[in-house]
Ligand binder design. Structure first.
Ligand SMILES: [Zn+2]
Ligand SMILES: [Zn+2]
Length: 343
């Protein structure tokens, strides 16, 4: 099989290797498509960087073979999405139902054994633990399946935001993650306001169902939100990008008892200070999320299977595997959302 190894920032080479063996509890998946997430793009740009690196964690494919002890009902030819994040099932967090925080989670070196590290999706075949594999409907394009991973993460974010019918939700940032927040917040019955400086992304947000899309550099977001909520503020603020300024502005958009979810990554310059009175008198909740759980991944696979969301709108371009360098070059551009590599 072929794998695409990142040997240095900006450098990928296609290598040949044997199709790996799999254990009784594992599933061999023939990969169909892989998304180029921001995380892999960081490696491509050289931040942080440990090489050689075998990226690819937004994976969909077709089952090639199933180990004898895999418990779920799955067979050769089934279409699947792969979580690509191992869970021990025994630590405190796994037992508490918070397997996204598993103390022994890891991206196993794929393929094993080898000098490569990384989730391993930039490959023609993938060995997954039984529990990492989720069946999806064969009516759904496998490219769309690559969005199961980000969707599973955003489901967690929307759950934490406690959005209810009739609420107002402010989404900060209009990248892929912002757009998935828009889709899910709408699906939960919220009026959605997107804050994003780029005009083409604002347009995209509106086409996906956002009620308003505003440029935070040109208007006062807090005033805008208050004006549209009878002076009160939004029940949910979902931070996906924008750093300190966006977070500070977002907190001011909250109604009393509202919730802000820090979903997106932040840098060392994004430290904020908060008056605790905001918690005491206004009952504001500021929380965050990381990764996905087995449960949110299961629900993401269901949403995808039933075609509930127009996720195809988030796939900008698709490249064949041998054009993975071109795919990476395009993935970082402002005018693209998710770029997919197809096997
Ligand atoms: Zn991802
Ligand atoms: Zn664990």
């Amino acid at each position: 099989m072929k794998i695409a190894v990142m040997t240095d920032p900006g450098k990928l080479e296609i290598r040949e290797m044997e199709i790996p063996g799999f254990r009784k509890t594992e599933v061999l998946v023939k990969i169909s498509a892989v998304g180029l997430c921001t995380w892999e793009q960081k490696f491509y740009k050289g931040i942080p960087g440990s090489y050689p690196f075998l990226g690819g964690h937004e994976i969909s494919g077709v089952v090639e073979a199933v180990g004898k002890e895999v418990a779920q009902d799955i067979k050769k030819g089934d279409h699947v999405v792969v979580a690509s994040l191992t869970r021990c099932g025994e630590c405190y967090y796994c037992r508490r139902g918070l397997d996204n925080l598993c103390e022994n989670t890891g991206i196993e070196s794929k393929p094993e054994p080898g000098d490569l590290w990384g989730p391993g999706g930039f490959s023609e075949y993938f060995v997954a633990k039984g529990y990492e594999v989720y069946k999806i409907s064969s009516d759904i394009e496998l490219s769309i399946g690559t969005l199961a991973e980000p969707l599973a993460c955003v489901i967690r974010s929307i759950d934490r935001s406690r959005i209810e019918f009739g609420d107002t939700a402010v989404v900060l940032g209009g990248g892929v993650m912002g757009m998935i927040h828009v889709l899910l917040a709408k699906y939960r019955g919220a009026t959605v306001i997107v804050s994003e400086p780029d005009s083409s992304r604002r347009k995209k947000a509106l086409s996906l169902g956002a009620d308003y899309a505003v440029d935070p550099l040109n208007i006062d977001l807090v005033e805008f939100v208050k004006h549209r909520t009878k002076g009160r503020g939004a029940e949910a603020v979902l931070f996906t990008a924008g750093g300190k300024a966006a977070i500070e502005g977002g907190i001011k958009c909250l109604v009393q008892n509202g919730t802000m979810v820090i979903y997106g990554g932040t840098g060392s310059k994004d430290i904020i200070s908060i008056d605790p009175k905001l918690f005491h008198y206004d009952e504001v909740c500021i929380t965050g999320v990381t990764k996905h759980t087995k449960d949110t991944f299961r629900r993401a696979a269901e949403l995808i299977s039933h075609g509930k969301l127009p996720l195809n709108e988030l796939i900008s371009e698709e490249y064949p595997f041998d054009k993975i360098v071109e795919a990476f070059e395009r993935a970082g551009a402002m005018d693209t959302f998710r770029v997919i590599v197809k096997m």
